[in-house]
Design a protein around this ligand. Sequence first.
Ligand code: SAH
Length: 457
Amino acid sequence: MKKTLSVQKNEEIEVVFEDLTHDGAGVAKVDGYPLFVKNGLPGEKARIKVIKANKNYGIGRLLELYERSPYRVDIPKEDAPKYGGCQLAHIRYDGQLMYKENQVRQALARIGKIEGARIHPMIGMDNPWHYRNKAQVPVGEKNGKLVAGFFKPRTHEILDADESVIQLPAVNEAVQVVKEICRELGIPAYDEEHHSGVLRHIMVRYGRKTGELMVVLITRTVELPHRKKLVDLVVSRLPQVKSIVHNINPKRTNVILGEKTKVLWGNEVIYDKIGDIKFAISAPSFYQVNPVQTKVLYEKALEYAELTGSETVIDAYCGIGTISLFLAQKARKVFGVEIVPEAIEDAKRNAALNGITNVEFEAGTAETVIPKWYEAGNKADVLVVDPPRKGCDEALLKTILEMKPQKVVYVSCNPATLARDLRFLETGGYRTVEVQPVDMFPHTTHVEVVTKLLFGM
Ligand code: SAH
């Protein structure tokens, strides 16, 4: 017998929101049937329209609020472009922290079945605005004019934005200047629908401690029209620029960078500092986007590693060697592995730059290189993982269970895969003892956590 749903499509109903999803939508329940409604906040009473009624859940649109949450923040409509990508900007910052911390607790309990770990309150920012050192702005055309800003949520339409409330002022300015120059020179924007046109993204990176700027122009075509003029104008209007790079991405894809990168002007890298360590950063390498919180995160990772100077440490997913070099100051030896070859080049350069000699870096996947090291007799006392959102490859987790480092420090940008991997490690004899969420991405739904596990406790 077909069960009738509690709600029908196009129906207008009154609901009370109970919770938030991991992407920040309000959750209301009608006879146990969950409805997800963008912009609804827990505790709020609202009238909504059901726009989709699937078998197990529905989607609604907020029509009218009857009761407001004390955590609600109103953003004037004309300011919306500045808040592009800020899915949580309608929630007061202390509410955001509460929500993200709760998400970590729920993932660890429900997915990870983790018990007895100390989950600390999330460390937020004193000033959670204008923190990003990097922008990656999609470029398109509207009514014959080049626009650049962000994708309208769930569409392929690009909305023009003059600034972003989460980017550092120097980054906002650089994006704006480059955009203006591209308009003046008439550089054709990329057209995603027809896979035609030229300029796909403008990317800007900024070393907050050094003031150095990198501008990356990402095109579909091998040719970048008006290249010379463009470089001259960027150099003259952005005195802090140290590197101008052209990246070619000919594919139909939503991955931003292509495989080919050419330096058009200046250096291949820019420099920045975290704590006392200086880093060279090239265009394709990963580098944390929130410099203030990165220091907090790395210091926590270092604290959890509890190094005395005699340990061998492995830093899987090491990027440009940031965590590796932090740890090397307190360890006997650090081995770092990372899939992007350019990042490994940066990591080696960074070790030399800081006179750190007790590190070794290898390009490859963590799941193949670490088992190889283990077979060759390189066993870690402390293993640090900082994987992308999909979490650790199971082959790596299995190697950890064979190698049995005393301590694992797990840095994660996705509580769900973190919880899954912690379960795997717990089943193999580890225990999660400390969990520290750090807000690296205020006003967005992204959540970062650093975790300490001990073997055989
Ligand atoms: N710890 C570094 C980088 C973390 S981001 C930092 O804090 O800066 C995750 C990194 O893992 C990225 O540099 C990415 O290129 C890399 N990566 C992704 N998949 C990988 C794999 N299978 N093996 C090793 N590295 C991988």
